[in-house]
Design a protein around this ligand. Structure first.
Ligand SMILES: NC(=O)c1ccc[n+]([C@@H]2O[C@H](COP(=O)([O-])OP(=O)(O)OC[C@H]3O[C@@H](n4cnc5c(N)ncnc54)[C@H](O)[C@@H]3O)[C@@H](O)[C@H]2O)c1
Length: 241
């Protein structure tokens, strides 16, 4: 996932967090919710780091940006840390989301029930094709993109998710911004031009797989030779030597 920033000004009343820290906070939050569900009141930095899949020094540094240092010998208060992270991420306020482009991916996202428990509700679905408009998915009916501005205002939508083909993505982004949306999650594999004050994040699974491909490639080139079993049962010579 990558971030396009158009406005770097930070409010003096708001912690100026490194982008990498912001990206890890949702992982800490997910791990903390799981610990709370399991009945844990406190957690050590090592325990939370392991549950979130990061190293504990990085976690302590991240949480120190929030003014959270834990208590020596006790660790972090799970409920308090959940409240602090949710406050910084602005999750105390439930956010409404519009999905634009209800094809294969749009259908999958529209039908996903897991957003609500993480503080988001998909409030509206839009498409440009008459064949999609009017379709019911869960509690929502797909609307025509021409209704975007009216619905964004009525539902107080602040986040737009673009799941259209590339050729339509910029036009849809322009319409979302004109309607008052200030955060866009873009699944179309292209860069969007947006005015200052609008944040864009891009999700591209192909990019993630290309990064994994790099690691596969590197492992293949730097792999230790695989021992070849000797006919007498003892370890034999390495393949490729
Ligand atoms: N980020 C990822 O990892 C990832 C994975 C899969 C697909 N994608 C991308 O997601 C996008 C959607 O893929 P898909 O397979 O669902 O495509 P799709 O063709 O099934 O669906 C696209 C939908 O967008 C609608 N649309 C087109 N122009 C529009 C407009 N101007 N306004 C509103 N709706 C419009 C179409 O009518 C269609 O219903 C593509 O850009 C694809 O490359 C990204």
């Amino acid at each position: 996932m990558s971030q396009q920033r158009t406005d770097s000004s930070a409010s003096p009343a708001f912690p100026d967090l490194p982008e990498a820290t912001v990206a890890r906070l949702p992982e800490y939050l997910r791990a903390l919710h799981t610990l709370a569900e399991q009945g844990h009141d406190t957690v050590s930095s090592e325990g939370l780091a392991a549950a979130a899949g990061v190293n504990s020094a990085k976690l302590r540094k991240d949480l120190s940006h929030l003014g959270s240092y834990g208590t020596r010998g006790v660790g972090y208060d799970v409920a308090l840390l959940i409240t602090q992270i949710e406050a910084v991420l602005g999750l105390s306020q439930h956010r409404t989301v519009a999905l634009v482009g209800i094809g294969n991916l749009g259908h999958a996202l529209a039908g996903y029930g897991g957003f609500a428990s993480r503080g988001f509700s998909v409030a509206a679905l839009f498409d440009a094709e008459r064949a999609q408009v009017g379709e019911r998915i869960g509690d929502l009916v797909v609307r025509h993109i021409d209704e975007l501005a009216e619905v964004v205002a009525a539902e107080g939508i602040s986040i737009g998710v673009i799941t259209t083909p590339v050729h339509a993505a910029q036009h849809v982004a322009d319409r979302l911004v004109a309607a008052g949306v200030t955060s866009i999650l873009n699944f179309a594999p292209c860069v969007l031009a947006v005015p200052p004050g609008v944040d864009v994040r891009k999700v591209d699974l192909a990019v993630e797989m290309q990064i994994l491909s790099f690691h596969e490639h590197r492992k293949a080139l730097t792999a230790l030779p695989v021992p070849r079993p000797a006919p007498n049962g003892r370890a034999g010579e390495a393949i490729g030597t």
